[in-house]
Each structure stands twice: as C-alpha cells, then as structure tokens.
Design a protein around this ligand. Structure first.
Ligand code: FAD
Length: 638
C-alpha cells in the first residue's frame, strides 16, 4: 500500500492567485484553520501577470462614476448574459476591496491630488482601472502575500507556530475532491517535487484554480491553466455554466513563434495606441456594431480628442469590448490586410512620446525589446488574438459563492456567471477580491454551523491513489505520449473551437476529442515520481479533455453569436438565447477521471429585476431583451 500524508483543516483553498489568497485571508480572519495550495511556486499565478489594473468605481478621475455605471458597463460588456446579482455585488463592492488592499500595504499609482489613479479601458465608460504602471497583478499578489505573512507572524506570537492557522503548500496539485454524501469532505493530491501523496480532510473547500487557456494552441495563459478546478468540480457533482464563452484577447504577440500568444496589455490602447492594417488604415472605425454605435466616435479626430476631453467626445473604437476588437483583427487578417506574420499593427510610437511610453508601459517596453527586438517607442508592434480568459465556469450562488456541492465554493476565473458572455478588462482583478472574500467568509460560516464534520472515505482515497499513479504503471495497449496528445488537443480546439465557429467543425471537434479519450487513458510516462513533468501533464490531460468537451458541446448548442462565442453560421445575437444558460454535468456524482463524458442542459437565466433594468435606456434594452421581457420589465419599472 502507498504511503499517504494526512492533513486536516477547516477551510482548504485550492489556488493561490488573487481569489484564493483573498479567500484564505478571510477564512483565517474568521478564525478558521486554513490551508492554501498552489500548483506552481507560491506567488506564481495568473494574477501576478495581470497588467492593466483592477476596475472599481472609485470616481477619482471622473466623479460621475458610480457602481451603477460600472454595473451597466459590465452587463453591456457581457451582452446581458451576466448573472445580474454577481455583476451588481461586484460593482457595489469592488471599490471597498481596492481600498482595503491599500490598508494591506498596496500602493497604486496616484492622481496629481494624491488619490488612487484610474485608467481607461475597453468598455468602461469612465477611467476606472486602479493600477500600478502595467504591473498591477504583481502588486496585488505581493500585498495579499504580505497580509498572509503578517497573519502567520501573529499566529507565531500567539501559538508559537507560523502555520498554526494559515498554512501554504506550494508545488502541490490536487487531483480529486473527496466527499461524504453530497458534502465535500476534503481533497487528494500530490507534491510535484517528490510525488508524495496527500489526503487533506476539510469540511469546506474553495476552488480558485483560474482558467483553461492551455487547452488552446495560442494563449496568454501559462502551463498550469489546464482547467483543473472546472474538472474537479464537475467530477464531484457540481455544474459548469456557459463554457462556450471564451475570451480571445485581441492583442497577443504574434512574432517570434516562441512568444506567440503572450499578452500585449489593453492599456496600450487605453493610453492612446491605435490598430492599423498593412495598408496603414485605422480599421476599427469599420467595425463598430450597431449596439455600440451611439457610444463610439465616428471619426479619428473625435476619437483622438476623447483622450483629453472625454466629456464632449466619444471614445475611439479601439476601446470597444474585447470580443469586437478580436473579431475585427481576425477579419482584417483573413481579408489579406494582415502583417507579414499574420497579425495587425498596434502603434503607440507615432502617438505618444518615448518618455510617456516607458513610464506608462514599462513591462511592454521590455517585453518587446527582449523577446522580439522591437522598440515600441519607435516602431509598431505586431499583434493578433490569443486565448485569454474563460467567462464560463463553475455554477455558483451569487451571495455565498457555493456550488451545487455542499461545502464546495468557487471564486475567481474558475467560477462562471459574473462576466456573462464577455469580460471587460480589469473586471477580473476586482472579481477576485469581491468573490474571493465572499467565498472565504461563507466557507468559514458554513464550518461554524456544522454539527458534525463530513468524514473522509478510505475507499475514495484508494481510488484517487490508483488514478494518480496510473500513468506510471505498465499498460497492455500502445503507450501514448502526453506532450504529443496535448498538442493534438490544442490544435483541435484552436482550429475547430476557436474564435470563429461553425456547426460542422464543432461536430468534428467533438468527434476528435472523443477519439482522444482512449488514447489519454493509455498515456504512460517513463521515470519516477520526483519532478516528472510527463506524469504531471498526463494527469492534467484528463482535465483538459473534460473541459474541452464542455466547451465544444455548448458551442455547438448555442446557435447564435454573442460575446466570446461567434458562430459564422449563426452570426446574429438572438434575444431568445439570452434567456438560456447552458449547463454541463457528468452522469455520475463521483465520476472517475477516465470518464470524460458530459451532458448538457438548458436552464433559464434569472430575470433581471426592474430596478436594475431602469439603469438602461429602453432603446438599449430593446437590443438585448425579447419583446415579452421588455414588456414585463418595463411594466414593472413604471
Ligand atoms: P489564478 O491567478 O490563475 O491562480 C490560480 C491558482 O490555482 C494558482 O495558484 C495555480 O497554481 C492554482 N492551481 C491551478 N490548478 C491547481 C490544482 N490542480 N491544484 C492546486 N492548485 C492549482 N485581469 C484583470 O482584471 N486586469 C488585468 O490587467 C489582467 N491582465 C492579465 C494579463 C495576463 C497575461 C493574463 C494571463 C491574465 C490577465 N487578467 C487580467 C486576467 C486575470 O489575471 C486572471 O483572470 C486572474 O488573475 C485569475 O485569478 P484567479 O485567482 O482566479 O486564478
């Protein structure tokens, strides 16, 4: 029998990005014994890579901003598919969460009068992103970690043990959630360094594992983002919402090949950069959709004036929501007006002086200089769409972040609903803080209310052990290589479930993914359990496959185009579809990792209450809602 290390805590947080750390802080502040786990090194999460900033209606740069305007922008950006209550809580609480971060020691860039400065971003009506140059995520992670260290120091003083109530386990991957009936009872995983197996008893678990980007060929995401949390939740009997909505960020690097997909922050456009095709045209003016026409400039002059006089001019179309810009770039390249390497030009050099660029965008300056030998203060960058973020995710209740499994919570990118069909830039960092805090708080309260802790079942630990060790055992079939299979899956998703989709191609993708299932079960890797990346990837592949299946199925079902889901064969947004959430589940409540089948069902989107509908002009609502909804909503509002 295998040796298994046993640990126990009240609240187990899986993921140490912004959402996980904020949840852990809250659980610990509520007095709960908390463990935080991260797959990579502590501090290395997507959150650290966030560049542009955290969106919050502080109203520092334009006092007209308020939660209501932020809510409105978020719903518009998500094309009204958002869980309205999450969008409302987020808009109402983001400012408080950002200020609170300063009490933990964060220092955002300042306005001339000493307030937290805010920058413009796509889809936000007013300058709204609190930022630290283009390294905001770094400051956020640094601060949250510092807060954790300060709490550990407090525990050392009180209990003589830094880890007494808040313990960090890094380079540890969770492969399975454990359950007692419909309640979560803990989690199982392994240490990446030596393959040590762990079973952690915990009555409350918060999933904060981030995204799925590594299932796609071109992505801004790093190696850890294989949809683990989505898959863990599904297999434990929770549900996933609207997995077809994937954000392709319009501007990733396209050259050289080794850096393809790496993000070029939207701040370049927020700070004055413009997009041009190979003929030198500022093409975004040709791509303003009707639903946004009233809010965007018609001429280059008007768009340029907006940077200095936003009250009397409309914003330039380079700052449309991301889905619009990504599709426009895709169309230009397809029409033969792309750059040599299949992108378009992003030009800030001809629009801002070198000092401004190196001060506002220091990371971008270095990134291009070092990785592409391009001086962005003198030349245009070459950019194109890159898989960036998943709006779909684990179905949670808005107030307490709980999933369909009792005691299992989810926050951050892994959770669905908040961003609807398309996320606005900057709304993720604030989402992490708002819902990370809520998840931690409610997980702690749930533990307080328990009469009896759920029990760990030894039989489940045995199953989890054999699943985890499977790729290291001999096979009777043909052994498959995990790296080859990952690249096949990335190709399938990139070419058949990518930025522009068609029914036949989605069917082909579903078929091909099915073909990968058996082969993934036959993945075998040489070597032992110490630092064996082949073994790690072999386990991640199961998650990628399950989540890719959800995305392909939902993308086939939703026969309309909306936000991060574009169907060439159904190019219009359809108000009837706005009322439908697509929800994925597995057949079993405790699905083995070798079973990648999922079912899909339609579920009504909760009705937006009249007092929130009132924040919009009737003309605008008419673009999104059905006649019937309009009638009911507006009747209730008057
Ligand atoms: P993450 O920060 O992704 O952290 C996930 C954690 O889960 C990590 O610790 C990981 O190791 C751990 N984990 C994963 N799987 C497992 C497992 N099986 N077992 C144990 N641990 C696991 N958003 C904005 O709002 N503003 C921006 O300016 C911005 N810029 C961005 C720039 C880049 C380059 C990228 C990639 C994203 C950007 N985003 C931005 C999006 C935003 O950064 C992410 O959506 C957000 O940070 C996700 O945070 P999270 O806490 O949900 O997860």
């Amino acid at each position: 029998t295998e040796e298994i290390t046993r640990l126990s805590c009240d609240v187990l947080v899986i993921g140490a990005g912004g959402a996980g750390l904020r949840a852990a802080i809250e659980a610990r502040l509520a007095g709960k014994k908390t463990i935080v786990i991260s797959k990579s090194l502590f501090g290395k999460a997507h959150t650290v890579m966030a560049e542009g900033g955290a969106a919050a209606a502080l109203g520092n740069v334009n006092s007209r901003d308020s939660w209501k305007v932020h809510f409105r922008d978020t719903m518009r950006g998500g094309k009204f598919m958002n869980n309205y209550r999450m969008a409302q809580l987020h808009a109402q609480e983001a400012a408080q969460r950002v200020w609170e971060l300063e009490t933990y020691g964060a220092l955002f860039d300042r306005t001339a009068d000493g307030k937290i400065s805010q920058r413009n971003f796509g889809g936000h009506e007013y300058p709204r992103l609190a930022h630290v140059g283009d390294r905001t995520g770094l400051e956020m992670i640094r601060t949250l970690q510092q807060k954790i260290v300060s709490l550990q120091q407090e525990d050392q003083r009180e209990h003589g043990d830094y880890d007494a109530r808040l313990r960090i386990l890094d380079e540890t991957t969770i492969t399975r959630l454990l359950k007692d009936g419909n309640r979560v009872s803990g989690a199982f995983g392994y240490k990446r360094s030596n393959g040590e197996l762990l079973a952690i008893e915990a009555p409350a678990v918060v999933l904060a594992t981030g995204g799925i980007g590594k299932s796609f060929k071109v992505t801004s995401n790093s190696w850890e983002y294989t949809g683990d949390g989505h898959a863990l939740a599904l297999r434990a009997g929770a549900t996933l919402l609207n997995m077809e909505f994937i954000q392709f960020h319009p501007t990733g690097m396209v050259w050289p090949p080794s850096v393809r997909g790496i993000l070029v922050t939207e701040s370049v456009r927020g700070d004055g950069g413009v997009l041009r095709n190979s003929e030198g045209d500022r093409f975004m003016f040709n791509y303003i959709p009707d639903v946004f026409r009233a809010q965007y400039a018609e001429t280059e002059d008007e768009g340029d004036r907006w940077y200095t006089d936003p009250d009397n001019n409309r914003r330039p179309p380079e700052l449309l929501p991301r889905d619009e810009v990504a599709r426009a770039i895709n169309a230009e390249v397809k029409a033969g007006r792309g750059t040599e390497h299949g992108g378009v030009f992003l030009d800030i050099a001809s629009r801002r002086d070198a000092d401004y660029i190196t001060k506002q965008l220091p990371s971008m300056y270095h990134q291009f200089k070092e990785l592409a030998d391009v001086d962005i203060t003198a030349e245009a960058m070459e950019v194109g769409p890159t898989c960036h973020y998943i709006m779909g995710g684990i179905e949670v209740a808005a107030e307490d972040a709980q999933t369909k499994v009792t005691g299992l919570y989810a926050a951050g990118e892994v959770a669905g609903g908040m961003h609807g069909s398309n996320r606005l830039g900057g709304n993720s960092l604030s989402d992490l803080l708002v819902f990370g805090k809520r998840a931690g708080e409610h997980a702690a309260a749930y533990v307080d209310g328990l009469e009896e802790r759920p029990k760990l079942a030894e039989s489940q630990i045995e199953v989890a052990t054999s699943e985890a060790l499977r790729p290291l055992q001999p096979t009777s079939g043909k052994a498959e290589n995990p790296f080859g299979l990952q690249s096949e899956m990335q190709d399938i998703n990139h070419s058949l479930v990518g930025i522009i989709r068609r029914a036949e191609e989605l069917e082909e993708a579903i078929d091909k993914l099915r073909g990968l299932a058996d082969r993934i079960n036959n993945v075998r890797v040489p070597g032992g359990r110490a630092y064996n990346p082949g073994w790690h990837l072999a386990l991640d592949l199961y998650n990628m496959l399950l989540v890719s299946n959800c995305t392909a199925l939902a993308a086939l079902e939703r026969s309309e185009s909306r936000g991060g889901h574009t169907r060439e064969d159904a190019p219009k947004m359809d108000a009837k579809w706005r009322k439908i959430n697509l929800v994925c589940a597995t057949a079993d409540k405790d699905t083995p990792i070798t079973d990648s089948r999922v079912s899909l069902k339609r579920q009504p989107v909760p009705t937006i209450p009249a007092e929130l509908l009132e924040l919009f002009e009737p003309d605008e609502l008419a673009k999104y809602l059905t006649e019937e909804e309009l009638h009911l909503g507006l009747a209730a509002a008057t």
